[in-house]
Design a protein around this ligand. Structure first.
Ligand code: SF4
Length: 338
């Protein structure tokens, strides 16, 4: 498929400030030189432990956080005079241009309780993006009703309020809102982690159906590999603000190239109880992004680490077609999949 989003060397550093004068004493490198892409109509799973920068990366792409560096190319329709999709670097757009491009990129948040304004009716919540972008018109209520029905809610829910709904229904309201501007890319930030397990599968199925109907591309941010496994075409793995591996989902699960991916996957529960695989216990804690280790950030926890890993940062490179990895030893290690 064609590329829709091409993120190159994205950085987001948060200053650490101390004392009365709020002097900057250091930086948390939440996203540090991260490169990945999303193709039209696909789902890219973006995974890693909490604090690895995956959520920050998702938010920095659409400038909810201002990027510290890097480029975020997006094939935009709204900024193109001819209406033909055209590459724009979102990291360099001014506010007015960015507001226009935001029509094409929606976000679904983890916590449907906190992300929906409790004082707004369901109809207003779904309508709000249309109002913000000056697109609310006489036909809009009908559009909103069809959206509500499409996500499994009803027309008479329009005048109700978020507290009258269950967690799963509230997430459906959030999804309807996200689709109201007819986006092309949707950043789903842990959209099912706050939901009951019984509701998770339904919500994932709904997201997949909507993807087909509306030809959406998804970035699916999650800490849980087993959730991402079933819905992603490709998966990107982050560790302490860095991208460590990105590949076709099948390939990543069957033949990972990075020791961190291997360890993460060994922790995924296996459906077949007879299939025994060793769970790899990672030594030590996740590195501190304000004071990361030298060389490969994973080296203190990596069971394959050698001398060079302590001094040299591994480059994120395409080792096999469409399979990217940042590990000095990726060629020689023969890692096991799930
Ligand atoms: Fe492990 Fe070295 Fe590869 Fe880092 S570069 S993942 S420490 S083998």
């Amino acid at each position: 498929g064609n590329l829709l989003l091409d993120v190159r060397g994205l950085k987001k550093y948060f200053p650490i400030q101390k004392g009365l004068l709020r002097r900057v004493v250091g930086y948390v490198k939440a996203v540090d030189d991260v490169t990945f892409f999303v193709r039209e109509g696909e789902t890219l799973g973006l995974v890693g432990e909490s604090g690895c920068g995956k959520t920050t990366a998702g938010r920095t792409i659409i400038r909810l956080y201002e990027p510290t560096g890097g480029e975020v190319y997006f094939k935009s329709r709204v900024l193109s005079p001819s209406g033909e999709p055209q590459w724009v670097n979102m990291a360099a757009l001014d506010r007015a241009q960015m507001k226009l491009v935001r029509q094409e990129i929606a976000m679904i948040f983890q916590d449907p309780i906190n992300s929906l304004n409790p004082r707004m009716s369901v109809g207003d919540i779904v309508a709000e993006p249309m109002v913000i972008h000056g697109k609310y018109g006489p036909d809009s209520e009908q559009v909103i009703i069809s959206l509500l029905e499409r996500v499994g809610l009803r027309a008479d829910h329009l005048r109700r309020y978020p507290h009258e709904f269950s967690g799963g229904q509230r997430q459906r309201i959030g999804i309807a809102r996200a689709l109201s501007m007819n986006p092309r890319l949707v950043i789903c930030d842990e959209p099912v982690s706050a939901l009951d397990v019984s509701i998770q599968a339904q919500t994932l199925n709904l997201l997949q159906d909507l993807q087909k109907d509306f030809n959406l591309s998804y970035i699916f941010v999650a800490h849980d590999l087993s959730v991402v496994q079933h819905i992603s075409d490709r998966v990107a793995v982050m560790y302490v603000g860095k991208m460590v591996e990105m590949a076709d989902a099948e390939e990543l699960y069957n033949a990972p190239l990075h020791p961190y991916t291997e360890a993460l996957m060994s922790a995924v529960p296996k459906p077949d109880p007879l299939y025994k695989s060793e769970r790899i216990i990672m030594q030590g804690d996740v590195a501190d992004p304000s004071n990361p280790p030298s060389g490969c950030y994973f080296h203190p926890r990596c069971r394959y680490a050698v001398d060079i890993c302590k001094t040299k940062t591994p480059e994120f490179r395409e080792l096999k077609p469409d399979h990217f990895v940042a590990c000095h030893r990726a060629e020689e290690l023969k890692l096991r999949g799930v």
